[in-house]
Write a protein that binds this ligand. Structure first.
Ligand SMILES: *Cc1c(COP(=O)(O)O)cnc(C)c1O
Length: 396
């Protein structure tokens, strides 16, 4: 590791992150190198962010070209990359209108505000509650944290915002039993990411949609992790043949530059009138030009189809590991958002993989998560699977 970096970091940072002892110097595609020249194959991708790999030369070029022209003005004015990116999102999703912000949590804040305002403008001010799912993750700012269904993340921050209820994910009876008279929206991750790569039953989301329609309330899909091809379709909702009223995006939208977006249908979006919501940096030309290049590469190189195929291959390899090792409880996920539940602690495995030159991560104590760049090669998957095979064969 780079000399003394741990000590220096420990003396200056607020201690929010438990970091692994690696200092990353540079990357290329699916590979990263530390300061000792050690190479890692990256199955984390900045937590499902760098879908097109590290140091993508075309994206770097787009950033450079835009930086020399214009970094930032204000949303008091029009800029072309912002309009082009919004148009691409509208063309390729259910949505009609887009609001740009800078992160996932901000996109969720925006969605919460829009849902409340939609009903407030209709005079239904009592309909302000958001119904969310247990084990969900929606972000760390106060609104998004309040919408998050994991008590451990709220410790020390109470009181969180009023107006959030929780029911178990993938349990349609729990939703049916819920009194929805004061609910304005249901917020769901179509596949729960941080909660453990949990996929709902095939028809669950369609049933949720029906119940929302019947009650006249909105459906918000948080696709911050599942969006931008990650699950083998551009947006995860496409798998389930159901569309939301509002969707949040962030993570992979810019391949590493900070961007978030909230997308809504026309009728709902109308509730945001001038002055209702804003962001200084949101949709700046630098960031949207980068994301526009991401979109262009996605289309040209059929990245989504590629993810679907690679994901199917990856699952097969993981399944074959499962048949060999008793510590593997199950393999789950869609596309290249994959999880492997163990009956042993996951972090030891993560550390052993790291020593052997593979970055993976562990969520909820015992679920290994694999979220590589969508351009990952089969050979790299084979190498990781061999590595895991060796580790699981050790005396753990
Ligand atoms: C990562 C994530 C967020 C939060 O995004 P940030 O950019 O870290 O604020 C929200 N929802 C989901 C589903 C996520 O995976």
């Amino acid at each position: 590791m780079k000399k003394d970096i741990k000590n220096r970091a420990d003396s200056v940072f607020v201690k929010t992150y438990r970091r692994f002892p690696i200092s990353v110097k540079e990357g290329s595609g699916c590979r990263l190198w530390d300061y000792d020249g050690k190479e890692y194959i990256d199955f984390v991708a900045g937590i499902a962010v760098c879908n097109l790999g590290h140091a993508n030369p075309e994206i770097a070029d787009a950033i450079y070209k835009q930086a020399k022209k214009l970094l930032h003005v204000s949303n008091l004015y029009y800029t072309e990359p912002q309009v082009d990116l919004a148009s691409w999102l509208v063309k390729n999703s259910f949505g009609d209108r887009v609001f740009f912000c800078n992160s996932g949590t901000e996109a969720v804040e925006c969605a919460i505000k829009l849902a409340r305002r939609y009903f407030a403008l209709k005079g239904e001010t009592n309909r302000y509650k958001i119904l969310s799912m247990e084990k969900s993750f929606h972000g760390r700012t106060m609104g998004a944290l309040s919408a998050t269904g994991q008590d451990k993340l709220k410790q020390g921050f109470y009181p969180v915002l009023e107006g959030f209820d929780f029911i178990p994910f993938n349990d349609i009876d729990a939703l049916k039993a819920k009194d929805l008279t004061d609910i304005c929206a249901v917020i769901i991750e179509p596949v729960q990411g941080e909660g453990g790569v949990r996929c709902p039953d095939e028809e669950y989301l369609q049933k949720v949609r029906k119940i929302c329609d019947k009650a006249g309330i909105l459906l918000i899909f948080d696709e911050i992790q599942t969006g931008m091809g990650r699950t083998g379709t551009l947006f995860c909702y496409e798998h389930y043949n159901v569309v939301p009223d509002i969707m949040t995006l962030a993570k992979a939208l810019g391949n590493g530059v900070p961007i978030g977006a909230m997308i809504a249908s026309e009728k709902i979006a109308e509730a945001f009138t001038p002055g209702a919501h804003a962001s200084t940096f949101g949709g700046s030309p630098l960031i949207t030009a980068s994301a526009l290049k991401v979109a262009e590469i996605f289309e040209r190189d059929s990245i989504v189809e590629r993810c679907k195929k690679t994901g199917e291959y990856f699952v097969k390899q993981l399944e074959s590991l499962k048949s060999k090792h008793e510590c593997i409880v199950d393999v789950r996920g869609k596309g290249l958002l994959l999880g492997m539940k163990l009956n042993i602690a996951g972090n030891t495995i993560v550390t052993r993989c790291m020593e052997k030159g593979f970055l993976i991560n562990c969520i909820q104590e015992n679920i290994l998560r694999f979220i590589p760049p969508l351009i990952i090669e089969k050979e790299d998957i084979d190498s990781l699977v061999n590595c895991l095979d060796e580790i699981f064969s050790e005396n753990l």
